[in-house]
Write a protein that binds this ligand. Structure first.
Ligand code: ADP
Ligand code: MG
Length: 252
């Protein structure tokens, strides 16, 4: 990671749903190797912003630039191939596949896609992918469950499985939409420790999160969305003390 390098730039993005202004004039820069949290009340536009970044929703105007590439107009799989992986608010796993196969599947997809667009010289073989998947499952406390159907996992384990499915793609940017939503305090703490470890390896992370304990444990920078607008952005302590944020969101 190059310090100070802006890896993601959301440039003057607007997104309307009919008459509803879900995002208005969003300008956001994410530095490589940092964790950037996006917070805000329900309906503020957080998931919409994430969906615009990954190409699931076209912006009404504005652009998203990742690592010098303008993403606007690209398909989600093309954006994924450039190195952006995401975890959604609701886990998207293959319930009938084993836990291990779930982790291996995205690596095959990435490898074959990369081969097609000739981006990566190194092509991993199946044994390498299996070894990497098993390593991730050990780290994530899921190794003992590797032959079970993924659908049988607890909610917290499913979310950690999805995180492993992202990491095996070796992304340059990890996007997380409320990764601890619905988790017990214990599960939340386990996930915070995992994310800290991922962060410490230099991963760039954008995390949408409701839980302030999670946000303040991980974030280097916080941006606050309210009614589709960015009302504050800065280091955690500064944002915490911002009167507009207290009024709009923290309710203190
Ligand atoms: P958050 O993730 O911050 O809770 P969302 O991005 O999900 O907020 O939603 C922002 C606003 O946009 C909400 O008013 C929501 O109802 C609306 N919205 C989100 N997705 C759609 C959609 N596909 N069609 C119409 N309205 C939507
Ligand atoms: Mg949301």
């Amino acid at each position: 990671a190059v310090p100070g390098n802006i890896v993601l730039h959301v440039a003057d993005v607007f997104k309307n749903f009919g008459g509803l202004k879900a995002l208005s004039d969003i300008d956001l820069q994410v530095e490589e190797g940092t964790t950037h949290a996006i917070i805000g009340p329900n309906g503020a536009g957080k998931s919409t912003l994430l969906n615009v970044i990954i190409g699931r929703l076209p912006p009404t105007s504005g652009a998203v630039v990742f690592d010098g590439n303008v993403l606007t107009g690209m398909a989600p799989h093309e954006i994924n191939q450039l190195g952006i992986s995401r975890v959604f608010q609701t886990p998207e796993i293959f319930a009938d596949l084993s836990v291990l196969n779930n982790v291996m599947a995205p690596a095959f997809a990435r490898r074959d896609g990369a081969f097609r667009v000739n981006m990566f010289r190194a092509v991993m073989d199946e044994a390498e992918i299996r070894a990497e998947a098993e390593g991730l499952l050990r780290e994530f406390g899921l190794y003992a469950r590797r032959e079970d159907h993924a659908g049988a996992l607890s909610r917290g384990d499913k979310r950690r499985l999805e995180l492993a499915m992202c990491l095996i793609q070796r992304p340059r940017l990890l996007l997380l939409d409320e990764p601890t939503a619905g988790m017990s305090r214990h599960d939340t703490n386990t996930t915070i420790e995992l994310l800290k470890s991922i962060k410490s390896r230099g991963m760039t992370i954008v995390i949408i999160e409701h839980d302030m304990h999670v946000v303040f444990s991980l974030a280097d920078r916080i941006s606050v969305l309210a009614q589709g607008r960015l009302i504050a952005s800065g280091p955690p302590q500064q944002v915490k003390d911002d009167p507009r944020v207290k009024e709009a969101y923290l309710g203190v």
